[in-house]
Design a protein around this ligand. Structure first.
Ligand SMILES: *Cc1c(COP(=O)(O)O)cnc(C)c1O
Ligand SMILES: [Zn+2]
Length: 371
């Protein structure tokens, strides 16, 4: 049965519903039974929607898609070791967030929603705005005042209404949260349908590796939606006996904003709001991630860990990646900096996957400032 389960009070809510948080204020998770008819899947178009039996949309006529493709899994050599990098910067809006936006806005269309609100450091807002434009749903996007022009211009160009909020990233989130009293909140971290869209990241990797799981997956973590989506995707594949083990999940945070890394290494495991310093990896600068406890649990369960990277390491990884012909944004380079650190202690035969999360063209101003 498909239903929403509250993380805080344990109450279940039957679907369909436009609830995006519990009546008690708690976070909702979606309980949903997926299946993987492998032979059918392999005959379908190379796109995330080929796994439609694992995506919680009741009627496929509500699907909102920009024709996004199954992104390449490219083998690259780092520090003498071959690893695989998923090319999610190639999505229609230039980031992996399209995986979540496509499913979340399909659900909004299915629910008959006419208007959504979302807050973002840029990329989630662009993705939600683009899919809303395609679905003819109006969209208000809240971003911090200092968001780069490449991202604000992109959001506006899809016809979304842009609200620039002074103050911190948290002030922006609060402004959207208030607006969500009246409109559907298409939040990538509150709304469970977004996370169910990100499962396709795990599905594609396993299919591209011949329906087998890698040993290790290294991901940047801000709100942790990518990591949680990956964890859920691998879990569903394991339950369906498509794969036989779950990869170790490694979360990468900027040293200047690393609340989860700190909590992970503390015996209490308690997450404190991080007194953050500015970081070039703006997309992961989240001082108190909403689903923090779930992220810590997911990493712990897979015997994974957290790695922090300095500003210098992020800039070096960004430059090194550009010099190979891949134009990614600084936030995306944080994962590559973490990957380089992890490789030094990896096992010889270990199959490692990481990701390019966002396209460089979104952040030209930032990139030119790094030299
Ligand atoms: C959103 C984003 C991240 C972080 O993803 P979370 O789900 O918030 O952890 C990393 N890189 C880029 C380019 C992003 O847009
Ligand atoms: Zn509740």
């Amino acid at each position: 049965m498909t239903q929403l389960l509250c993380n805080q009070c344990g109450k279940t809510h039957s679907t369909p519903t436009t609830l995006w948080k519990c009546t008690c204020g708690g976070i909702l998770d979606l309980e949903f039974r997926s299946s993987f008819p492998v032979e059918k899947i392999q005959k379908r178009k190379p796109a995330p929607w080929r796994y439609k039996e694992a995506i919680p949309i009741e009627n496929k006529k509500h699907t909102v898609s920009l024709g996004e493709g199954l992104t390449p899994l490219v083998s690259m050599n780092f520090s003498g070791k071959t690893v695989y990098i998923k090319q999610d910067q190639q999505f229609p809006t230039g980031s992996f967030k399209d995986r979540g936006a496509s499913v979340l806005i399909s659900k909004a269309r299915e629910l008959g929603v006419k208007k959504v609100v979302v807050d973002s450091s840029g990329n989630a807002g662009s993705a939600i705005a683009a899919y809303c434009a395609n679905a003819n749903i109006s969209c208000d996007v809240y971003v911090p005042e200092n968001t780069v022009l490449g991202k604000t211009a992109q959001i506006r160009s899809y016809g979304a209404k842009l609200h620039k909020i002074p103050g911190t990233r948290e002030d922006t989130a609060n402004a959207a949260f208030l607006a969500a009293k009246e409109h559907y909140y298409a939040s990538h971290y509150w709304n469970p349908y977004f996370i169910h869209g990100l499962k396709t990241f795990a599905f594609e990797i396993c299919e591209q590796l011949g329906w087998s799981a890698p040993d290790t997956v290294i991901l940047p973590v801000g709100q942790g939606t990518l990591l949680l989506g990956a964890a859920l995707g691998f879990k569903e594949l394991l339950q369906a006996r498509i794969i036989h083990s779950i990869p170790k999940l490694i979360g990468v945070q900027a040293e200047n904003c690393a609340p989860l890394c700190h909590a992970f290494h503390k015996s209490t495991g308690r997450i404190n709001t991080f007194n953050k310093k500015s970081t070039i990896a703006a997309g992961i600068a989240i001082s108190n991630p909403l689903r923090g406890k779930q992220i810590l649990d997911a990493v712990q369960k897979t015997n994974g860990e957290f790695i922090t990277v300095t500003e210098k390491e992020i800039k070096r990884a960004l430059q090194e990646t550009r010099h190979r012909g891949y134009y990614i944004e600084p936030t995306s380079a944080s994962a590559i900096a973490g990957l380089k650190k992890y490789i030094s202690k990896s096992d010889p035969g270990e199959v490692i996957v990481s990701i390019f999360t966002g396209h460089g063209l979104k952040a030209t101003e930032k990139i030119t400032s790094t030299g």
